[in-house]
Design a protein around this ligand. Structure first.
Ligand SMILES: [Zn+2]
Length: 314
């Protein structure tokens, strides 16, 4: 779907359907948030109903408050997405298969709905208006419960011939290593996602932690946390070296929940990458500007621009 760019005074609805929660906002052309809401993401096909209800509520709230008309919606979802048919093809976390989202949401909300992939659009937003701005070759990596990437090369967002480019989490960095949810072994996601880091820590330390960020926070005085984190960073650096050799990005933008650790993540990661560089120049490695909000910012941009992927006025 490709539509005209909306004027700044027209409102859009942005929805980010995550594995745990679904977040939505009504925003204006200056990115001011006029209404927002969060609900738990329902499992499988029931997720559609929770998205529909959340969106409807925010659209009505914006009208009631006199903010004006919401004209278009951008919805981003995880997993395998067919943005042309506007179908969630598969999400391991949510459990849906071949779930049509675009048409039923369009009918319920009474406006055009664009559907796209969450991390692809998060990276696109960072490139257009965030930490990758002004750079034609950006590799965006989202380190959260899972690991995925968004690639900008030569000033274009790479979709891939079969439209699923960016599954960086399933690049094998530890052959024969830990089992991955995809069915493979030793994938980056099985070693350095927030969930994998927390799991590795629980196994070695004999006690659970809430998430990967907690392991990172404990590094200073917990040798097990330091060991788990060092191993995860080494795997991530090995994965990034492959990307650097293959694409030579000028900038690597690190986002997702783990990136909230800031320099505690970026400084040792930059050092681990620098240590492994042999041929090509080392790119800058920076934190994402929008953090965990990048996908939501991207969904709003997607709705406003009427398409996602091309460079445009920002
Ligand atoms: Zn995998």
């Amino acid at each position: 779907m490709s539509l005209d760019v909306l004027p700044a005074d027209v409102l859009v609805l942005a929805v980010d359907v995550g594995g745990t929660t679904t977040k939505a906002e009504v925003v204006d052309g200056r990115s001011e948030v006029l209404a927002s809401g969060v609900v738990p993401t329902a499992r499988e096909e029931a997720a559609l109903e929770s998205v529909r209800t959340l969106g409807r509520g925010l659209i009505d709230e914006a009208v009631r408050a006199g903010h004006g008309r919401v004209a278009r919606a951008g919805v981003v979802v995880p997993g395998i997405v067919d943005r042309c048919r506007r179908v969630g093809v598969y999400s391991a976390n949510i459990g849906w298969r071949e779930l049509g989202l675009g048409s039923p949401l369009e009918a319920a909300w009474g406006m055009p709905v664009l559907l796209d992939h969450d991390v692809t659009i998060a990276g696109w937003a960072e490139w257009q208006v965030g930490a990758g701005r002004g750079c034609d070759d950006v590799f965006f990596v989202a380190l959260g419960t899972g690991v995925a990437a968004s690639i900008v090369a030569g000033g274009r967002l790479l979709r891939g011939g079969l439209a699923q480019a960016g599954e960086f989490g399933h690049v094998v960095v530890r052959p024969g290593g830990p089992q991955c949810a995809c069915g493979g072994r030793g994938c980056l996601e099985a070693v350095c996602s927030a969930a994998s880091v927390a799991r590795a820590y629980a196994t070695l330390a004999g006690r659970d932690v809430a998430g990967g960020v907690d392991v990172l926070a404990a590094m200073g005085d917990d040798p097990v946390a330091a060991q788990v984190w060092t191993q995860a960073l080494a795997a991530l650096a090995d994965g990034l070296i492959n990307v650097i050799n293959l694409l030579s990005p000028a900038r690597i933008v690190v986002g997702g929940g783990l990136a909230e650790a800031g320099d505690a993540l970026l400084a040792p990661l930059s050092a681990a990458v620098a240590q492994r560089i042999t041929l090509v120049p080392a790119p800058d490695i920076v934190g994402a500007e929008f953090g965990a909000r990048a996908a939501l910012v991207g969904a709003a941009l997607l709705a406003r621009r009427g398409e996602g992927g091309q460079e445009g006025d920002s």
